[in-house]
Write a protein that binds this ligand. Structure first.
Ligand SMILES: [Zn+2]
Length: 76
């Protein structure tokens, strides 16, 4: 393996490119706290997700149809 010394100019160029990109991205977005920026992941439309496989819950005979995890583990 050959080791190259870190090229400072290349890194600086990269950082400046990233800064441009971030500036552009920020310009397209409303400021934080505006209320429009939040894209919170919602747990499916019906809300329920299997704790075992994390997929939207499809019940089958009291179990998850995907992974077979019992839904009422405490009841039995
Ligand atoms: Zn599951």
């Amino acid at each position: 393996m050959k080791r190259k010394p870190p090229a400072g100019s290349a890194i600086a160029a990269r950082v400046s490119a990233l800064e441009e990109r971030v500036t552009r991205l920020e310009a397209r977005r409303p400021p934080p706290g505006d209320g429009r920026t939040t894209h919170e992941a919602r747990a499916g439309r019906d809300g329920a997700r299997c704790a075992g496989c994390g997929l939207p819950l499809r019940r089958r005979r009291g179990r998850c149809a995907e992974c077979g995890r019992p839904l009422d583990a405490d009841a039995g």
